[in-house]
Design a protein around this ligand. Structure first.
Ligand SMILES: [Zn+2]
Length: 189
């Protein structure tokens, strides 16, 4: 794409909210009752979509992995042909809620952007729990989908009221990072 070519806009946020809500509505009760957070994202990826989630130390071992420069890393990737989501094991250890966000982000690519057997690699700065409008549209969409999936609007509002807006408490309830929850609160309230 040349710099003069306008970049397509990401899908409207309402559309992504709707897609995430449809996924949650279709989760069978034995996986999740739909009421009690945290949303069991790994079980949903597995039981509802047949996707195996792996924590991988060396993401560059994936077939077709791009070269990343010093200080850069791959946070997650979707191997569509193998039905696998790989999550950066180092990040998962350091920031456990980040692992959940990465899984939800990759599931977003599976649902929204999978066109064939290709692999999708997501760099650290693309799997973003806060607003980064300069990201490619597919990354913006996967992030918005992930937030809607992990922090369903109605549940966030209800728990926000119940705990009188205590951010730390909300993060514990939803197993979310502060950054992701702050952004979600701003968009649902
Ligand atoms: Zn991505």
């Amino acid at each position: 794409m040349t710099p003069t070519e306008p970049r397509p806009d990401p899908a409207p946020v309402e559309e992504l909210e709707k897609r995430a809500a449809e996924v949650l509505a279709a989760v069978p009760d034995y996986v999740w009752d739909g009421r009690q957070p945290p949303v069991p994202i790994e079980e949903i990826a597995d039981s509802c979509f047949g996707l195996l989630v792996r924590e991988v130390e060396d993401m560059s071992a994936a077939p077709g992995a791009p070269q990343v420069g010093p200080g850069q890393s791959i946070s997650g990737l979707l191997l569509a042909s193998r039905g696998e989501i790989w999550v950066n094991a180092g990040e998962a250890r350091e920031w456990p809620p980040r692992k959940r966000f990465t899984i939800a982000h990759e599931l977003g690519h599976w649902i929204l952007h999978r066109t064939g057997q290709q692999a999708l690699f997501c760099r650290h700065g693309s799997v973003e729990e806060s607003d980064r409008p300069e990201l490619p549209p597919a990354e913006v969409e996967a992030n918005a989908f992930a937030a809607a999936l992990l922090m369903p609007a109605d549940l966030v509002r209800a728990h926000h009221r119940a705990c009188s807006g205590d951010l730390e408490q909300l993060c514990l309830i939803f197993d979310s990072s502060e950054r992701a929850m702050k952004r979600r609160l701003a968009s649902v309230n």
